[in-house]
Write a protein that binds this ligand. Sequence first.
Ligand SMILES: C[S@@+](CC[C@H](N)C(=O)[O-])C[C@H]1O[C@@H](n2cnc3c(N)ncnc32)[C@H](O)[C@@H]1O
Length: 323
Amino acid sequence: MHPHKKRPKPRRKFGMRREQGAKEERAMEKSSIKYGGDGNLAKRVASLLEVDIANLNNHANDQNDKNSPQKPLFSAKDFSVFDHLHSRGRASTQELSEYLSAHPGSKLLDIGCGIGGPARFIAERFVCKVYGIDLTKDFCETAILLNRLCGLDKRIDITHGNACDMPYDDGHFDIVWTQHTSMNIADKKTFYSEIKRVLKPGGTFLFHDIFSNDTLKTSEERQIQLPVPWASQPEHNHLITGEATRDILKDLGFHREIWTDVTAETHLWFHNYSATDNDDHKLSKELNPALFIGKDFPERAKNLKKNLALNKTSVIQGVFRKC
Ligand SMILES: C[S@@+](CC[C@H](N)C(=O)[O-])C[C@H]1O[C@@H](n2cnc3c(N)ncnc32)[C@H](O)[C@@H]1O
């Protein structure tokens, strides 16, 4: 084997070993707030959607039966009022996807896929194979449930795992995508090195992320109003500047293609945003970000907006190519 070539890692699927699960639980506690809930999130979501999970198996079997094909219970868009856990919701996913060049043979990885909103959007629109990885088991289970409910489970493969130690072979993906995940991760070099490792040469890395504002020079200046959706205490906040991110990516040999600052439109969106108002859709009102991020989500969202107003944070869309 070539000395610089990493040995392919064995693929760990959803039902991973207990000690691995414990390790990742610890990583999550160290790096961020604990997302998800008490292990029953998928059941809770199913009940709010008035879906009987037990009957789903029968429904899936019927779908495989050519004599009685059944339509999915929902479309991916039906969930878009609650399943995009990032600023500007589905609209910002659609915007980033305009930089995407994917086709039915492409393999795309969404890192920190949450409950799968962006993965479903991409799988539906680009008809490519989408892989999602997330550290929060509750989110993975919910993503799998929602994928099934809209008939996209064959096109989306969800893995419970850590972005800093991914169970994929070197060069496995044409595209790596991530939205609002990096601020949870302390070890940026490992995070971006893993992205490079799993991308094919010439592959594309797209992100939509929050950073500390480039103009803030000291760590004191970079302190933000807490709690925010990804942190309640300063030691859980892992924002770095856009400039520091560009340096890491350049050192890793990525070529920058797009760097678009969307801070102003994000601030405007939060100005008109109500964390609890979802009156204009027919699903249960309880299907809102507080169910996934925590009951104090309105306060966290308010602080996110305040940090934008104070020029503490920037929101960037980036596209980089692995040389
Ligand atoms: C704000 S949510 C964004 C979810 C999704 N990208 C979206 O936009 O809807 C951040 C996600 O990052 C995940 N996450 C945090 N640290 C992670 C890590 N080290 N590895 C994988 N996922 C991680 C969390 O579990 C959470 O689902």
